[in-house]
Design a protein around this ligand. Structure first.
Ligand SMILES: Cc1cc2nc3c(=O)[nH]c(=O)nc-3n(C[C@H](O)[C@H](O)[C@H](O)COP(=O)(O)OP(=O)(O)OC[C@H]3O[C@@H](n4cnc5c(N)ncnc54)[C@H](O)[C@@H]3O)c2cc1C
Length: 364
């Protein structure tokens, strides 16, 4: 077994920022990611980010990833393992890592989990037909491998991810004829939606997909209108020709490693599903294990970065290696996280965090 002072699982924005703070505090860090490159979701994001200057507004996602990687790479106390999946988390901060079909075991004095999120999917007839994708898969194909998944696409879901991926599909040369949205209103920013409408995309609220149609590939979809109780409106079925369907109906926090070791979790829909319960220091119910980013609740890269910095600072403090500017940095990042959650899109997160507080009190 290989021993390390601090192990960070996940090299997305949350894990990269946590690593930066742990290194700046003098900790020895092993950063592990299952992908061939660090950066997490940011590597797929070709659009310019919204938000504030402090969280790289107007930068493209992959440029932000490059900056966060350059902040830590080459540090003498950093070791990075890529193409390496953490498949097990056990007592005393022991992990099993799978790389090149070989398993290795590592043990840390403290661990930080920043595994991000996985896509939710929808149950509908023929949802396994070739040509039905999740939004993450489409982004990976298009923005990382230069492969266009279809020429005439129907998008399911009008949250920011659905809208942004629709726009990226159009930029890449596809036509997105229709976006169906089960809710009564468009979920994402109106500015993204308006741009799509100007480009000829129809956005249909109170509408969903009933089935994909085709023999060995998607050729069309059947869509239906929904009433106030999300039930099918009789006679509302329509067939829309397409060669690809993109399902973008939200993300679920990847809490699985923490569940495996028995850390307390709770189902909090506002945070995306089951989430580990963490305290104000991002410490799980197992004191030597911290968790930050989308795996603790679905938000945005901006929040994931702030949580990462805070998690790295608290983890270093736990290891008795507090950053020389610990108090100042904690107050700065907490303030920025507060401001990020203060807008209309932060209300859901705040409601979820309140439920997390209540769950922790009940558990005490
Ligand atoms: C289409 C789209 C557009 C977006 N646009 C914006 C935007 O404009 N602004 C914004 O702020 N945010 C945006 N986001 C959200 C943002 O990308 C995420 O909130 C952010 O990436 C979460 O960071 P994270 O580090 O928690 O997780 P991730 O970025 O998902 O990183 C998690 C990392 O953990 C690794 N990992 C997972 N499990 C394991 C394991 N078992 N072993 C080893 N490694 C593992 C993964 O490979 C990954 O690299 C967008 C997201 C999408 C999908």
């Amino acid at each position: 077994m290989i021993k390390k002072e601090c192990i960070i699982v996940g090299g997305g924005p949350a894990g990269l920022c946590a690593a930066a703070m742990a290194l700046a505090s003098g900790c020895e860090v092993l950063l592990i990611d299952r992908s061939p490159k660090l950066g997490g979701q940011l590597m797929k994001q070709t659009h310019k980010f919204f938000g504030s200057k402090n969280q790289y507004a107007k930068w493209r996602g992959f440029d932000i990833a490059e900056k966060l990687v350059s902040d830590i790479i080459g540090h003498p106390k950093l070791t990075v393992l890529l193409n390496s999946t953490v498949v097990g988390l056990y007592r005393d901060q022991v992990i099993t890592v799978l790389c090149d079909e070989k398993y290795s075991r590592y043990q840390a004095d403290a661990l930080l989990i920043a595994t991000g999120a996985s896509e939710k999917f929808l149950a509908f007839e023929n949802n396994d037909l070739p040509g039905v994708y999740g939004a993450g898969a489409i982004q990976t194909l298009m923005n990382m491998y230069g492969v266009l998944p279809g020429k005439n696409v129907v998008m399911v879901g009008s949250g920011n991810i659905g809208l942004i991926v629709s726009y990226q599909l159009i930029q890449a040369g596809a036509f997105v004829s229709t976006i169906v949205e089960a809710a009564k209103i468009i979920g994402g920013y109106k500015v993204h939606a308006s741009k799509l409408v100007r480009l000829g995309t129809k956005i249909l609220p109170s509408t969903t997909i009933k089935r994909a149609i085709g023999t060995d590939h998607v050729e069309a979809v059947e869509i239906i209108s929904l009433d106030e109780n999300y039930k099918e409106v009789a006679g509302s079925s329509r067939i829309i020709p397409c060669d690809a369907v993109c399902v973008s109906v939200g993300l679920s926090p990847m809490h699985h490693l923490l569940s495996m070791i028995g850390a307390s979790t709770k189902y909090i829909p506002e945070l995306g599903g089951f989430v580990p319960l963490v305290n104000d220091r991002f410490q799980t119910s197992l004191p030597a294990i911290f968790a930050v980013g989308d795996c603790v609740g679905i938000e945005e890269a901006s929040a994931a970065m702030m949580e990462g910095y805070l998690g790295g600072l608290y983890l270093s403090e736990y290891l008795s290696k507090s950053h020389p500017d610990h108090a100042k940095l904690v107050s700065q990042y907490e303030k920025e996280l507060f401001l990020l959650r203060d807008g209309p899109f932060g209300q859901k997160t705040k409601a979820g965090l309140k439920k997390m507080e209540d769950a922790k009190k009940n558990a005490e």
